[in-house]
Design a protein around this ligand. Structure first.
Ligand SMILES: *Cc1c(COP(=O)(O)O)cnc(C)c1O
Length: 377
């Protein structure tokens, strides 16, 4: 692919009122940063949930080109879709294996991450010694064998796993005591699996220093431009930018109301940019300027930007349309047909997520299907 080439995946770029661009070069740079921070550990990639909404079919091969060989997805269907694009990679299935996914797992040469004694018994009875990974729960009470169950597994007749792993509950908070407890507990169980590769760190875990790096790291959010640590200046490059088209500029009088429920009353004569994006596109209704419960707790609603100047959402975000207050912009500075930034250099992923009462992960994975998508590299 030539540098700065841009290809539209679906949707006519001229007809759309909302568009997304994914910067594969920035993604690759983020991966190299995670790789370098991982020291001597191999750096993998979490590409579950369609690579956090960015498009696994484009993202995974791009990371493979950078040298990534270990990919993590949630289920066997996600893995099966990636296998033709990643013929030589190890593809791990985080949700493990069960009767209904067994055939897929074998057919696509997937590595199930065994999450319970039942999954272990099922795999070892049926898989003819094929490779599997073993998840050990060290404090999250979500997936994985307890340390006691893992120790028992290691002493039983089952063939050994190719990888043992665990997952942090609080890696977004480097000072949380559970991080060090999980590192210690994981290290205490590893002698049961001597000579077997180990993996603990997600994006946040990679930033905790070398103790949890072991043999393989599993970054996700950092690759897609989210800083994995809460409340710090973002250290990753922006990967996803989103924009919406101004459809109509309208003038309204002080005292009139805007959008559903008449929840926002104008305090001055106002100029309003009506834009073609809404909650169906993942521009969450909780980001409304007024009229949703979140606004009583967090007064500031979501905002967009025009040429680096922030413009606030006013009234409720609707399914397909959102209103922005552009009264403070100079006359003629914004016109029908202009593009408003929703995510990008002025509106960070974290700010957009906070305004909507959620986190970067949920914001990315809830981006809708209507955007015209393009990929640049
Ligand atoms: C999603 C996930 C990751 C990646 O986590 P990030 O916080 O996005 O880096 C790693 N490991 C497991 C088990 C996961 O579920």
């Amino acid at each position: 692919m030539t540098s700065s080439a841009s290809t539209f995946e679906h949707g006519s770029p001229s007809a759309t009122t909302t568009r997304l661009s994914v910067d594969l070069g920035a993604l690759a740079e983020n991966w190299r940063k995670m790789r370098d921070l991982s020291g001597s550990a191999r750096c993998g990639a979490a590409v579950k949930a369609n690579a956090y909404g960015t498009g696994a079919d484009r993202v995974a091969p791009r990371l493979a080109r950078e040298g990534c060989r270990d990919f993590f997805v949630a289920d066997a269907n996600e893995a099966a879709a990636l296998r033709p694009l990643l013929p030589d990679a190890r593809i791990y299935v985080l949700n493990g294996v069960f009767e209904g996914s067994f055939a897929q797992t074998l057919a696509h040469d997937l590595i199930p991450i065994i999450n319970s004694p039942e999954q272990a018994a099922f795999w070892c009875a049926n898989a003819d010694g094929r490779a599997y990974a073993l998840h050990i729960d060290t404090g999250m009470n979500r997936m994985g064998l307890t340390p006691e169950e893992a120790a028992a597994h290691s002493q039983g007749s089952a063939p050994p796993p190719c990888l043992v792993m665990s997952h942090f509950a609080c890696a977004d908070d480097p000072d949380h005591p559970l991080n060090q407890e999980q590192i210690k507990l994981f290290d205490s169980i590893r002698p049961c699996f001597s000579g077997i590769e180990a993996s603990l760190a997600n994006s946040g875990g990679i930033f905790l220093g070398s103790a949890p790096h072991h043999d393989l790291t599993r970054p996700g959010i950092a690759l897609y431009g989210g800083d994995p640590v809460s409340d710090v200046p973002n250290r990753m490059r922006t990967v996803v930018t989103a924009q919406t088209r101004v459809l109509v500029i309208r003038n309204a009088k002080a005292g009139q109301t805007v959008s559903y429920g008449a929840a926002h009353t104008l305090t001055r004569d106002s100029r309003i940019a009506v834009c073609g994006v809404g909650y169906a596109d993942g521009f969450h209704r909780n980001g409304s300027g007024a009229g949703v419960p979140l606004r009583s707790a967090v007064p500031q609603g979501a905002f967009g930007a025009i040429n680096g100047t922030r413009i606030p959402v006013i009234g409720k975000i609707t399914m397909d349309l959102t209103m922005f207050d552009v009264t403070d912009l100079p006359d003629g500075a914004v016109n029908a047909g202009d593009w408003v930034e929703l995510l990008g250099p002025t509106v960070s992923l974290e700010q957009a997520a906070t305004a909507a009462g959620t986190i970067s992960y949920e914001l990315l994975t809830s981006l809708g299907q209507r955007h015209a998508r393009s990929y640049v590299d």
